[in-house]
Design a protein around this ligand. Structure first.
Ligand code: NAD
Length: 330
């Protein structure tokens, strides 16, 4: 896209500027691609804790600036900002214990700094929350009105509770300073640029299957998940962020795929799409692992006409070449 086609700040000749925290991560880097494609100028703030320079190495646009920055520190000065996407946060369950304090502060101190940046520039903000705010849900599927069931002292608490705080802080800023803040509750998403060592079930199974190792099932495999392909997820995030203030400001939206399958069934799909001799091994279920997970997406679908279009099988086929490459490179 040429600069002439870039979205302009209404009433000015200025190209819209998006700040993306966590833009070198899995979801953040796909979001950056989407914003650049639509002509935005984009500044990424990332500490490379779980992100990688390689995730943005393909970008040739002069409209992208990447700054190594930890969002627990106040943001650098910018001349103008139109929208802040706060995507920074380690999201791998492997990190919930080893990086507990960092995660808790990224979703509290880091959210504060993202909101302050938006406030300073009278910009819109989108906060990346998570289905983990629902915890081991007592309502199924989970809708935005369900208040959740999170163990505040459990091993997942530094992530789950800090995301809940992040949302609460966003609501407080929105009310006190009359800001335009939207929150996306993201459900399990997968795709290229996901870290093979991430510890979540899709990268675990793909890595094990491609190496010919047994797939590790925690518990008896009856627990369910719903997996969203990354391009669908990014379209959902953009639908929330781009909607007019009258219909989206101050609101929260689930975004994810409603195709729910058990972990046992997922192994069948993986063994079908990867050519492998892998079998299965069983290990005890980790503490506080949610038993069921499926978003109710009726709100985002009815308001923005968004729904996922990529099936699990198609998404896996698109993801496998990336994992094959990473396993060869690493
Ligand atoms: N992928 C999913 O299925 C999923 C599900 C629910 C919510 N989310 C949320 O989406 C966002 C992105 O997740 P992801 O899967 O892309 O994870 P990721 O680990 O690939 O990306 C997170 C990025 O944030 C950066 N980061 C972490 N802490 C930081 C800090 N203090 N300062 C600056 N940068 C920091 C990391 O280096 C990384 O680039 C997170 O907020 C996560 O909680 C993701």
């Amino acid at each position: 896209m040429s600069e002439d086609e870039s979205p302009l700040q209404p009433g000015t000749e200025r190209i819209m500027h998006a700040v993306v925290t966590g833009g070198a991560g899995f979801l953040g880097s796909h979001l950056v691609d989407s914003l650049l494609e639509d002509g935005f100028r984009v500044t990424v703030l990332d500490n490379y804790g779980s992100g990688r320079e390689e995730n943005l190495a393909h970008v040739e646009s002069s409209r992208l600036t990447v700054q190594k920055h930890d969002v627990r520190d106040p943001f650098p000065e910018f001349k103008t900002v139109d929208v802040v996407y706060h995507m920074a946060s380690r999201a791998s369950p492997e990190d919930f214990t080893s990086h507990a304090v960092e995660i808790a502060l990224t979703n509290s101190q880091g959210t504060k700094h993202a909101l302050e940046c938006a406030r300073d520039h009278d910009a819109r903000a989108l906060i990346a929350s998570t289905s983990e705010v629902y915890g081991n849900a007592g309502e199924h599927p989970q809708s935005e009105t369900y208040n959740g069931n999170v163990n505040i002292r459990g091993p997942r608490a530094p992530y789950d509770e800090s995301k809940r705080f992040s949302e609460a802080l966003a609501v407080a800023y929105e009310r006190k300073y009359e800001m335009d803040i939207r929150t996306a509750r993201i459900f399990n998403t997968f795709g290229p640029r996901m870290d093979p060592n991430d510890g979540r079930v899709v990268p675990n199974f793909l890595t094990q299957a491609l190496r010919g190792e047994d797939l590790t099932i925690y518990g008896d495999g009856s627990q369910t998940r719903s997996f969203c392909y990354v391009s669908d997820l990014i379209a959902g995030i953009r639908a929330i962020a781009d909607a007019p203030a009258e219909v989206a400001a101050g609101d929260v939206f689930n975004v994810g795929n409603t195709e729910e399958i058990s972990i046992q069934e997922l192994t069948d799909v993986i063994l079908d799409v990867v050519d492998t001799d892998s079998g299965m091994t069983y290990k005890p279920l980790p503490q506080d692992d949610p038993e069921v997970r499926r978003p109710d997406i009726s709100k985002i679908t009815s308001q923005f006409d968004w729904k996922p279009s990529i099936s699990l099988r198609t998404g896996l086929k698109r993801t496998i070449p990336y994992f094959e490459q990473r396993l060869t490179d690493d």
